[in-house]
Design a protein around this ligand. Sequence first.
Ligand code: GMT
Length: 381
Amino acid sequence: MRIGITCYPTYGGSGVVATELGIELAALGHEVHFISYSQPFRLNGREEGIFYHEVPVSNYPLFEFPPYDLALASRMAEVAEFYALDLLHVHYAIPHSVSALLARQMLAAQGRRLPFVTTLHGTDITLVGLDRSYLPITRHAIKESDGVTSISRYLKEKTMEDFKVDRTIEVIENFVNCDVYTPLKDEEARARARARLARPDEAILMHLSNFRPVKRVTDAVKVFAQVAREIPAQLVLVGDGPDRSAAEWLAHDLGIHGRIHFLGKQDRVNELLPLADVLLLPSELESFGLAALESMACKVPPVATRVGGVPELVDDGVTGLLYNVGDVDGMAQGVLSLLHDRARLEEMRCAARRTAQQRFCASLVVPHYVRYYEQVLGAAG
Ligand code: GMT
């Protein structure tokens, strides 16, 4: 198949899923065309079977708000025509599904079919889509999509309820490449890499996100402060975003700044995650929680909040620990209980990796997308 993929190319779970999907599809022999305003950050531009088409956005002075969605629709239609695309797959409904709808109409006017699949990732439904100014058009584009997938059962139900859509939505959960996200098997190599972040007697807690308010990064700092009071430990914060400065101030105020590594945005998180003992994911909401899956694949159990789609991924007490939003004391006690009971931690580490391999491996989930594309193409034919 020749597939056009559109996503947000910057740091964030939906862009990661879209990019990894493109890479896996190309490895299966499909031709993949990314259409976006910049190259997705995990693509290096040299992958076989993957092409990148930039969307130029005019900044003519009249445009206080450059119309990216229109430029995207034009580029989608052009790429579909020039490269004979079979379908478009857009990640994150706003505005990508609306642009795809326009591109489909443009090609239909020339007698060509261009079905499109929309994958819902979370905040396109839970936050942005419910803003009155976006709701009607997002709802329309979801209804008009040739196929709609959602990354968890939670998000499917939420979409049907909040958007009052009664169309079918296929749940295709997020995935991880278990060969890339993998524990470091060589204990000596792991110890050497950990030494850059912590002394041998110190535990490593890690948090990975885009530091938006919904991630509650300051809760991760508060949890760490309690843990660090009891045992030697370091906190590694991976990512950047609006709440970074709040987290830094809090670390200073609590007197633990020297034990926190703010690494900023990192490209190869698969090399960092295996160094941690636990991952902290104290989010207000996660429709899935890709960071938790990536860490599980690296044999690192998440200590997370019981929100959205997270319980579909993390089995509380077996592959990680779950708490109510804001339960900083509970999360800190949970981390301490694991770090004090190394046998239990090891059991949980193994169970986390096993779940990633048995349920969420790219080799299991990507064929589900391929079957879904075939179904959509068949139905639209
Ligand atoms: O949360 C965001 O800011 C948007 C989005 C993204 O692009 O990272 O995250 C959502 O999609 C991820 C990938 O499918 C999910 O793992 C996240 O749980 C989801 N975020 C929320 O629901 C808050």
